[in-house]
Design a protein around this ligand. Sequence first.
Ligand SMILES: [Zn+2]
Length: 270
Amino acid sequence: MAESDGKRGMTSKTIFIMKQTMLVTALLLGLGWMLASCDNSNPSVNENPTPVIVEESTLPIEEEVVDTLFRSYDEAEDTVMFQSYVFFSQPIPKDVELRMRGRSLTDTTKITFDQLRYLTLPYYDYDGNIQSGEMVCNKAIAHDLLCVFRDLFSQAYPIYSIRLMDDFDADDEASMQANNTSCFNYRNRSGVNMLSQHAYGMAVDINPLQNPCVRGTRFRPSTAAEYVDRSKDFEHKIDENDYCVKVFTAYGFRWGGRWSSTKDYQHFEK
Ligand SMILES: [Zn+2]
């Protein structure tokens, strides 16, 4: 049994190495062809060669996919696997626009659809299953969010759900009580007559039930009482040592857990 497993493992490994070899060969051939083309067009520039820029994407303008290849190692089979997942950014599709109108984006808002992007984000849920999430954000941070969620995914960081605010009728409290991770929602800051960074699609709330917004004795969502005391240890708590804080801050986001008066543990913004 062990022997046949080993053979099967070797076979998979061999196929993998062959595929990798073919890929590398194809890349080298392509690179060689490009270099040869450069040489033909201008053979005198060898002393100061300019770097070869390889186009990463042939997608239509304003659409983007970030690195999608994930490596995993199956110890029993002694096999390295590569699996592709798509982290995708695109202009707001028509059907999403219809879902948003009159909910997260109304006619009186100061932001327009062409300033926003629709993201497709694979993630691990609390049960460790891979799900596909959707998020609307400002196009200024679309690329960074693709990278953030790619990095979170690479560490199998658990996220309860990633759905549009429109699925909750743009009701922030309802979305938080449902422990939903989200970004864009045209609304004021809690209890203040001033637009939130969410209104510009420049802020993300992660796992809000375990990471409430706390100000003095008040907190939101109202169902998060058991998660207000941050000295307690519990699952899905975002604190200074949490990977989520490391990733978001690495991409230039500020974390609401570091604010002085209000502590918004779910909140990351630019
Ligand atoms: Zn927030």
